[in-house]
Design a protein around this ligand. Structure first.
Ligand SMILES: Nc1ncnc2c1ncn2[C@@H]1O[C@H](COP(=O)(O)OP(=O)(O)OP(=O)(O)O)[C@@H](O)[C@H]1O
Ligand SMILES: [Mg+2]
Length: 456
């Protein structure tokens, strides 16, 4: 390891030499200066691991020196030396941001302890900064959060396709972040300053969808008193995000296919077509290949949309994304308060199935933040359904009782058998099945009031 270099500042020559030799005895490198001004010249050109300075010096004093070091090299710890009994200057030193102070005359150990603590503190801060940088780099891309290999691949893919105008098809279960991915593609490319228009294809009745997408002219149909621009035109030079594309009816599929082939739209009832440069990003949680097989989705439209496929795996297959998502959702919904989750809660979050993916996780956190009275959210407060059983506390309490009473194995198993019989409403066949033993074995455990097996 590189020897640490410490700058000693004191106008007292003897003190300077004493400190330098003390430091060198402890395998440090030492530099020295006789005034604050001389010290600042050195600090401007070299980076010291720590500075030890006297406070009382002619010219600039140690506190002023400290102030200037804090500006020029904020991460360099400064230890000030005060004369015995001068509490005022010790207080001034700490207020001005000294890492520590030692009073003269001092023991050699005091200097070493102060330095050791300063180095430990500094390396912790550096580690924190490094981690923060690492998190910034890997766990986030725009609003999109992820640390898993799958998400990092997705980041790289988005970076590439953001600069193209190709159609993109995003697939993934509900709540996996398809819309966030679509926005990230739009907002990290050259179309960012143009509109991003999301359309939920299931939210618009089939009969209205055509005029919503392509517009209509006045009098095109009953009620069309004015002409209206379609969403394709609204999203001109930008991106149209067609969500739930798998639910489009056959008629509109045919019309959409034509638009994608020709890059032109024709409003309902109109005679003129117009060329629009609108990028289409489509998304679905259905398996479109299955839909094609079942005859519900056009193969040719699928190939038009699927020029660049982006698949987002379910959250339960990318556990590395859960901690950064949890942190992001805590920050997003805790309205400025510092809220966390307990380590048990994180364990629960990591093994929950997340059928609803990131959306379900976000909802669970949002609700727990409101309902929970503690700063750190517990596993219980995060459970999303009552089917989530908390086996652990139950198991613990039963085992704890068993331990407290020094139960025999027989006593413990009798209690369990009784509990299962109660659960099964006294139905011994069912209870035996739960217990994994045969019915006769269960009867044999009975206390004599039970019916006896025919043979024994
Ligand atoms: N990787 C992610 N980073 C940050 N937030 C995410 C991520 N994935 C999902 N979310 C959040 O989860 C919620 C659901 O995401 P989104 O609406 O994009 O899902 P979806 O795949 O479009 O779902 P659906 O199929 O139901 O429409 C949003 O609030 C979104 O902000
Ligand atoms: Mg969506």
């Amino acid at each position: 390891m590189r020897a640490k270099t410490i700058l000693v500042v004191d106008d007292d020559q003897a003190m300077q030499e004493m400190l330098v030799s003390l430091l060198e005895d402890h395998s440090f490198k030492a530099a020295s200066a006789g005034s604050a001004e001389a010290a600042l010249d050195l600090i401007r050109t070299s980076d010291y691991d720590a500075v030890i300075s006297d406070i009382r010096m002619p010219g600039k004093d140690g506190v002023e020196l400290l102030g200037e070091i804090r500006e020029a090299r904020p991460e360099t710890p400064v230890i000030l030396m005060t004369a015995y009994g001068s509490i005022d200057s010790a207080v001034a030193a700490m207020k001005a941001g000294a890492f520590d102070y030692i009073t003269k005359p001092f023991q050699r150990d005091e200097v070493m302890f102060a330095l050791e603590r300063a180095f430990a503190h500094r390396s912790l801060e550096e580690e924190n900064r490094r981690l923060r940088r690492a998190v910034d780099k890997t766990a986030r891309f725009g609003d999109l959060i992820g640390n898993s290999p799958a998400m990092r691949d997705t980041f790289a893919l988005i970076r590439k396709i953001a600069n193209t105008a190709n159609n993109v098809l995003i697939t993934g279960e509900s709540g996996t972040g398809k819309e966030v991915v679509a926005r990230t593609i739009h907002f990290s490319g050259p179309r960012a300053s143009k509109p991003f228009i999301p359309v939920n294809c299931t939210a618009i009745p089939e009969g209205l969808l055509e005029s919503e997408l392509f517009g209509h002219v006045r009098g095109a149909f009953t009620g069309a008193y004015t002409s209206k621009r379609g969403l394709f035109e609204e999203a001109k030079d930008g991106t149209l995000f067609l969500d739930e594309i798998g639910d489009l009816g056959p008629l509109i599929q045919a019309k959409l296919l034509r638009v994608l082939q020709d890059s032109e739209i024709r409003p309902v009832g109109g005679t003129q077509s117009m060329v629009v440069d609108t990028r289409v990003i489509a998304a679905t949680n259905k398996d479109l290949r299955e839909e094609i097989k079942a005859g519900r989705f056009r193969r040719d439209l699928f190939y038009r949309l699927n020029v660049i496929p982006v698949h987002i795996p379910p959250l339960r297959e990318r556990l590395e994304d859960i901690p950064p998502l949890v942190n992001a959702f805590l920050e997003k919904h805790a309205s400025g308060e510092k809220r966390t989750v307990t380590s048990d809660a994180m364990k629960y979050l990591l093994r929950h199935n997340w059928e609803g993916n990131a959306r379900e996780l976000e909802n669970a956190i949002e609700r727990a933040l409101v309902l929970s009275e503690t700063n750190a959210l517990t596993a219980e407060s995060l459970a999303t359904e009552n089917t989530d059983t908390f086996v652990k506390p139950l198991e613990d309490s039963l085992l704890q009782t068993a331990l407290d009473r020094r139960m025999t194995l027989r006593e413990l198993s009798d209690r369990y058998v009784d509990a299962v019989l109660e659960l099964a409403d006294g139905n011994k066949v069912q209870a035996a099945r739960i217990l994994g033993i045969n019915r006769r074995t269960l009867y044999r455990r009975g206390d004599g009031h039970e019916e006896q097996p025919a043979t024994s």
